[in-house]
Ligand binder design. Structure first.
Ligand code: GLN
Length: 446
């Protein structure tokens, strides 16, 4: 009732929930109360959770904040969502996001922008903007988002909460609407590291429905390891000295590094030669994968169908022209271009090779160092409508795409605020499948 009240008070203004499952949530809560009385409740009993509109939940609308999925209801429940339910999580509603998770400001939703609860003239970040604001404004305890190139971490940073992108393959993608399949990961947005650990522990693990899901055993993340007294910590020199980095973001990072050093950790600057290659590589590969994944939305199988089609070709063209918003269309065109016969080697193949260089260098650094620490974003939350140029929006992903290109886990935690009181995020990356260490260290820094 507490969360439902908060939703009632602010949802119209902030545009966070596309749908609130009030009655269902109350029924789930009553059932959990009974189980608690009997001592049979699951590990998430009492956790009230919101779901980003990219997660399949049987019988519930699923739209990826796109017109092209108008009227679509999910026929099945995805693995991560199923595991949360099985541990007695209570689902409170479906959260607004950038259309097909493409964006960094939540301005690309067919349902209109989400607003940052701290300053509603500003963006919450994206694409999991609704999910981050829901936690920021206490409309639920935690949210489940998805992160392809920063979509959990960046909105968490803009909203002053925690966002975790696990290792690629740690959580099954079955039931997650595909954007770029070799990047997509489900991740929690929470107030505490402990809650992030608890949700990861429940969602992670092998899954017969997703052959890419890792078979590695799932550690007891929620037990939160004791942090070690001496970590080896690297930071990217090129990142901290980067022009365009907001001075307060620089200072927050510098302060953290200084205090870690004074606590006895080894803190060293490292060279990472590929910073400028990361955004082009990310946008070539993700648009290529997206153009392929989104070809299924043809007006026949799902959701929206153009009413004025005259034959099959016009059905495809009109449905897709009317159903997809401008950013999604831009990416489909870019992805189709880089995959076309005459350009495939020049763009797609080359980007695959650069991705491999980035991954190898990142993995090497994460063998030398326990963690890499960097900003989550170059600036704090910007104004709605401020970034009109898509390239300037893409460039703001500079610090989050490294973990996505490399498949390693990364977490964004709050690290103070700027002169206007807007939250600053600090990002920590670790080697693949080292979430237990990452969470222990992040918890220590909170
Ligand atoms: N901002 C990035 C993009 O638009 C990240 C999106 C995401 O992680 N889903 O691609």
């Amino acid at each position: 009732e507490y969360y439902l009240d908060n939703i009632a008070q602010r949802n119209a203004e902030l545009n966070v929930f596309l749908e609130v499952w009030a009655d269902e949530a109350r029924q789930q809560a009553a059932a959990v109360d009974e189980k608690l009385a009997l001592g049979t409740a699951g590990r998430l009993a009492g956790m009230v959770i919101g779901l980003k509109d990219v997660l399949a939940y049987q019988g519930h609308s699923l739209q990826s904040s796109s017109r092209i999925l108008d009227g679509f209801k999910s026929l099945f429940t995805g693995t991560a969502v199923q595991r949360l339910l099985a541990e007695d999580a209570i689902f409170i509603g479906r959260q607004n996001c950038d259309e097909f998770a493409m964006g960094g400001s939540n301005e690309n939703s067919a349902f209109g922008p989400v607003r940052n609860a701290q300053d509603p003239s500003r963006v919450p970040g994206g694409s999991s903007g609704g999910s981050a604001v829901a936690v920021q404004a206490d409309m639920c305890l935690a949210s489940i988002g998805s992160d392809t190139g920063g979509s959990v971490r960046q909105p968490a940073a803009f909203c002053g909460v925690i966002g975790l992108k696990p290792t690629y393959s740690r959580i099954s993608r079955y039931g997650l609407v595909a954007f770029a399949s070799s990047f997509d990961q489900i991740g929690p947005i929470t107030h505490s590291v402990e809650d992030a650990a608890r949700l990861l522990e429940v969602m992670a693990g092998a899954d017969g429905m997703d052959s890419t899901a890792s078979q590695q055993a799932v550690p007891a993340y929620s037990a939160l390891l004791e942090p070690l007294p001496h970590y080896r910590i690297g930071y990217l020199k090129e990142a901290i000295d980067r022009p365009g980095l907001q001075p307060e973001v620089h200072d927050a990072l510098q302060d953290t590094l200084d205090s870690l050093r004074s606590q006895g950790h080894l803190v060293e600057a490292v060279d990472f030669p590929y910073l400028d290659e990361m955004i082009p590589t990310y946008y070539i590969l993700t648009t290529a994968e997206a153009s392929s994944n989104l070809s299924r939305f043809d007006g026949v199988k799902y959701g929206y169908r153009a009413p004025d089609a005259t034959d099959l070709e016009s059905l495809y063209k009109k449905t897709r022209a009317q159903g997809f918003g401008p950013e999604v269309q831009r990416r489909i065109m870019l992805g189709t271009f880089v995959l076309s016969a005459s350009y495939y080697d020049a763009y797609y193949t080359k980007a695959q090779r650069v991705r491999r260089l980035i991954k190898e260098k990142t993995d090497e650094l994460l063998r030398q160092y326990d963690f890499l620490v960097l900003p989550t974003t170059p600036t704090t939350a910007f104004k709605i409508g401020e970034k009109q140029d898509p390239v300037s929006m893409y460039l703001a992903d500079i610090f989050t795409v490294q973990a996505s290109l490399s498949g390693v886990p990364a977490i964004s935690i709050p690290a103070g605020q700027d002169a206007q009181g807007l939250p600053i995020g600090l990002q920590i990356m670790s080697g693949a499948f080292r979430e237990a260490d990452l969470l222990a260290f992040a918890n220590e820094l909170m």
